[in-house]
Design a protein. Structure first.
Length: 268
């Protein structure tokens, strides 16, 4: 088992509905953190929504900078939205960002997400279980992680949503100072989202992605959208006003909740 030990926060000392986990993982040979927001602690088999952060971030930025919990509560208060548990893991703390990859140096940031994070959350949350549907979303580097992991593990995730995504690993150089060689993997195609989309094109879950038209990553998203079309995959880029900012992500993360809600209702 990759999860060696879990430290779990006391709910008496945190903001309402928040939980913090520190997980010791054999995939990374270190401890990593997860923030959990669950406004429905008495429910069972809640859908698990994994939210991946961008470069230089950590498990707390989705809530502490993006107010994702407030965005969820506001959307839920409108009525009709499925109950969900929001899971916000650290990327593993590799330099400016791990890109959620299985690196050639032996550190497996991919397995940390697809195995350890899910296992730890289920173990520490009675509201989640192995019967919970799992969804994955992210912003910037986290959008890249969501698209790549969702495409590589199509039977694990029921839906994929990405905001302002890095769509080519080479775009990491727009944000981090480290040499791109640090992101080498054992297989040359490992980091290529399009490769996994093509390999699993007949088994992919529903996919959506958006990007601000003033974003430095917008041109890359346009190019990626053409790749998706050429593969014959149903996933359309939604171009929206805005830049690469928390204001944009706070405003549009509700699209992720709505998208996953639509999928969840078809699975009931």
């Amino acid at each position: 088992m990759a999860v060696i030990r879990i430290e779990q926060s006391n709910p008496e000392y945190l903001a309402e509905h928040f939980q913090l986990l520190t997980v010791q993982s054999s995939h990374l040979n270190r401890r990593c953190d997860i923030s959990v927001f669950n406004a429905h602690p008495d429910s069972k088999d809640l859908p698990i929504v994994i939210l991946l952060h961008g470069v230089y971030g950590n498990h707390w930025v989705w809530s502490g900078l993006g107010g994702v919990h407030k965005a969820y509560i506001d959307e839920y208060a409108k009525g009709g939205l499925s109950q969900m548990i929001l899971i916000m893991p650290s990327d593993g703390g590799f330099y400016g960002g791990s890109a959620y990859l299985p690196l050639a140096n032996g550190e497996n940031y991919e397995k940390w997400i697809v195995e350890d994070v899910i296992a730890a959350v289920i173990k520490c949350n009675p509201s989640a279980s192995i019967a919970s549907n799992v969804y994955i979303a992210g912003l910037s580097m986290g959008g890249y992680g969501a698209l790549r992991l969702g495409a590589k593990y199509p039977t694990l995730f029921k839906g994929i949503s990405a905001h302002s995504s890095i769509t080519d690993i080479r775009e990491m150089t727009l944000f981090v100072a480290e040499d791109l060689s640090l992101y080498n993997t054992h297989l040359t195609y490992e980091s290529d989202i399009a490769h996994w989309l093509e390999v699993n094109k007949n088994h992919l879950p529903p996919i959506r992605f958006d990007c601000g038209t003033e974003d430095t990553l917008y041109s890359g998203n346009l190019k990626f959208n053409e790749q998706v079309k050429q593969l014959g995959i149903h996933a359309q880029l939604e171009s929206l006003p805005g830049s690469h900012s928390w204001e944009y992500w706070h405003q549009h993360v509700s699209k992720t909740f709505q998208f996953f809600d639509g999928i969840e209702r078809t699975l009931k």
